[in-house]
Write a protein that binds this ligand. Structure first.
Ligand code: ADP
Ligand code: MG
Length: 289
């Protein structure tokens, strides 16, 4: 199974949202990471056939997906960023409706619905109205709808938006559990959403691919460049204003501040400990402005 994206361009009027994206995806989990406005949803809307590209191509095992039409949509599961849920539907009623929209056989739907509800931990509330659901339950129901037809390609746009830390963890685990044998693309601006689960990280910046690599390789590139400075409060301004430093996380222990910085070479004049680079550092150095 191979998904190839070739020189994909999307213009909204004069605005160039995608400036010629290339990527080749095989089975695995992909973290599609970039700040708001980078072009993630635009890309996912084109991939799922909800938006037309200005130019470029997406090929599934060598075939143009726009020509495959329904056949391609049949292997896709999509959780859009803008969620539309019907408050008066029950969880299972909503899934039955989605199954009907997808032309799924009734007998098939009857088998799949309890299974996916169980996978997302909503079986007990299957007959409850969606209006009574928390944000986390709604997100899980949207994931259930995306995996309902056992898609080969699963596209999730900001699946943890609006969730608290515990719910985020649950969604992340759910994504890992349902990922086997699929191409899973998770768009997010939250590094921790994809840090552990993604086999590959795709960084998108202003409509262009800024990186396409494993987490390990991306972190390796920052090796020897990430430090933790121990400073008194009074020196924070100096550190923040020093163009040599890209300032990350700041934590405090009594009178001392621990400031994570990225810089070329050992910081001079500071008490500095080298630390292992993480994906958060990669993100920070990519999107520094
Ligand atoms: P992301 O999902 O990464 O936040 P989007 O794909 O939503 O990014 O947006 C990419 C860029 O395209 C942004 O600058 C956004 O303002 C612009 N954009 C998105 N949708 C439209 C639209 N329908 N019309 C005009 N500009 C749009
Ligand atoms: Mg988006």
């Amino acid at each position: 199974m191979k998904l190839e994206v070739k020189q994909l361009v999307k213009n909204y009027g004069k605005k160039q949202a995608l400036k010629g994206i290339d990527m080749t995806l095989t089975e695995g989990v992909y973290g599609f990471l970039g700040p708001n406005g980078a072009g993630k949803s635009t890309f996912m809307n084109i991939l799922t056939g909800n938006l037309k590209a200005t130019s470029g191509q997406i090929l599934y095992d060598g075939e143009d997906v726009t020509k495959m039409g329904k056949e391609f949509r049949g292997i896709l599961g999509y959780m859009p960023q803008q969620q539309a849920l019907y408050p008066n539907f029950t969880a299972e009623g909503f899934l039955a409706y989605m199954a009907a929209l997808r032309d799924m056989k009734r007998s098939e739907a009857a088998k799949r619905i309890p299974k996916v509800l169980s996978e997302v931990g909503l079986l007990e509330v299957a007959g409850d109205k969606i209006r009574s659901f928390s944000g986390g339950m709604k997100q899980r129901l949207l994931i259930a709808q995306a995996v309902l037809a056992e898609p080969k390609i699963l596209v999730l746009d900001e699946p943890t938006a609006g969730l608290d830390p515990k719910q985020r963890i649950a969604i992340r685990n759910l994504i890992s559990e349902t990922a086997a044998g699929k191409i899973v693309i998770v768009a997010t601006h939250v590094v921790t959403d994809v840090e552990s689960a993604a086999n590959r990280i795709l960084l998108i910046k202003e409509g262009e691919m800024a990186a396409d690599s494993t987490r390990e390789e991306l972190c390796e590139a920052l090796s020897g460049k990430v430090f933790e400075l121990a400073i008194p409060q009074e020196r924070l301004k100096d550190v923040e204003e020093d163009p040599a430093f890209l300032v990350g996380n700041i934590s405090r222990e009594r009178e001392t501040l621990f400031v994570r910085v990225i810089c070329d070479g050992e910081p001079e004049g500071y008490q500095a400990e080298p630390v292992r680079p993480g994906l958060e550092d990669v993100y920070l150095s990519c999107f520094r402005e």
